[in-house]
Design a protein around this ligand. Structure first.
Ligand SMILES: Nc1ncnc2c1ncn2[C@@H]1O[C@H](COP(=O)(O)OP(=O)(O)OP(=O)(O)O)[C@@H](O)[C@H]1O
Ligand SMILES: Cc1ncc(C[n+]2csc(CCOP(=O)(O)O)c2C)c(N)n1
Ligand SMILES: [Mg+2]
Length: 356
């Protein structure tokens, strides 16, 4: 039976409870998990190690009054899995560091906030076949003394270690002029759902379980699609859409020394983004798809002649434009409108430390 956590017994008890819940699923790449000074991972022969780390901060990446704890846990792991997918790699182990105010570890009606956060994180870990192999646990300091409304903020950092066949990782730097640009799934759904949550958080309080139709609360990292694409050896470059298409495509252009043209008509827009435009919440659904971020879809390029299936692992793949040579001071990304006119597409996605 799965244990639930009570705060009374402190850090040791929290770790013991997390340890008892941490699965050992995965491809056998974990030799030693939670319990020692370090975990030991054993990558398959002929593979390279891939590592990524992502912070999930209260008030920046989630709000306790907007996001069910299961969603916070799911999203925390999904961010890292999506980065592994973007490299065409498979997960070996996840490492979770958490700083929590004490009240989030106390059980109310059976489960604490932390129990429910772990429910969400471990359900996705199970599905992705990645063991929780370690982490760190600390108490977040009290802000009440400084006149704050709550005792402290929650933060979680996820480190994911994965592996990829030597020399086969998908890089941002491999795009070439003449490549077609593709994106999986559709865009703008995460930003649209976040808008809806902000308006009526109570309607989303019951979204406890990983389920389709919640692109913001329960995004589906594209690990399987990416590993299929990578094994076909036809992909020149890839990135995941975390900050927004306009910003993430600019990262590919910058790292590859190329420019891009994308067709507004070809961009797959999530139905929730279209609805947000119909409801008058935003001026344009296309704006959400271009700049919204957190869709965790894959953006990749391949040579023009390469046949990319329209559907991979049950997810649609759309061609949205092409990579072109960079010319002097020309803007690096242009957007071709429905009437054929082109405009420069500035990076309008999320950027920390900018006035948002
Ligand atoms: N504080 C830091 N110290 C060292 N390297 C960093 C730091 N922050 C970011 N990087 C590195 O900068 C690169 C880009 O990081 P970034 O976080 O923007 O990745 P991303 O995949 O585009 O976004 P996301 O955070 O949504 O995963 C990565 O190689 C990352 O390891
Ligand atoms: C409460 C709340 N407000 C706003 C957002 C939107 N948001 C936060 S970070 C980010 C980009 C990716 O982050 P990073 O670059 O750190 O990976 C986006 C689109 C949210 N998720 N929650
Ligand atoms: Mg990324």
């Amino acid at each position: 039976m799965k244990q639930h956590i009570s705060h009374e017994s402190g850090e040791r008890a929290l770790i013991a409870a997390i340890r008892s819940r941490a699965g050992r699923s995965g491809g056998g790449g974990l030799r030693l998990g939670i319990g020692d000074d370090c975990a030991i991972l054993r990558p398959p022969a002929g593979h390279e190690i891939v590592v990524t780390t992502d912070l999930s901060l209260e008030q920046v990446h989630f709000r306790r009054d907007w996001h069910p704890p299961e969603s916070v846990g799911h999203r925390c792991l999904a961010r890292g899995l999506s980065d592994l997918a973007a490299m065409g790699s498979k997960p070996l182990g996840a490492f979770l560091s958490i700083a929590l105010p004490p009240e989030l570890t106390i059980r109310e009606k059976g489960k604490s906030w932390l129990d429910r956060f772990l429910d969400g994180l471990l359900a996705l870990a199970d599905q992705a076949g990645v063991p929780l192999a370690g982490g760190d646990t600390a108490q977040s300091p009290s802000l009440a003394a400084r006149g704050g409304m709550q005792s402290g903020l929650a933060a979680a950092d996820i480190v994911l270690v994965g592996s990829v066949k030597q020399g086969r990782a998908l890089l941002r730097s491999g795009a070439r002029a003449g490549d077609k640009i593709y994106v999986t799934g559709n865009l703008g759904g995460a930003a649209a759902e976040l808008l809806a949550i902000g308006r009526h958080p109570e309607k989303f309080a019951g979204a406890h379980k990983m389920q389709a139709g919640h692109p913001h609360l329960f995004p589906a990292p594209r690990i399987l699609i990416a590993s299929r694409l990578a094994s076909a050896r036809r992909i020149h470059s890839a990135i995941d859409v975390s900050d927004g298409l306009s910003t993430d495509l600019a990262h590919i252009c910058e790292e590859s020394g190329v420019a891009a043209e994308i067709d507004a008509e070809a961009i797959p827009i999530h139905p929730l983004a279209l609805q947000a435009e119909l409801d008058g919440w935003v001026a344009s659904a296309l704006g959400l798809a271009l700049h919204g971020g957190e869709d965790y879809e894959l953006l990749f390029t391949a040579a023009k002649g390469v046949q990319i299936p329209r559907r991979v692992a049950s997810v649609e793949v759309h061609a949205i434009g092409q990579i072109v040579a960079r010319r002097g001071r020309r803007p690096s990304i242009v957007l071709r409108q429905r009437d054929g006119k082109t405009t420069a597409l500035e990076s309008g996605g999320w950027e920390h430390f900018s006035a948002q």
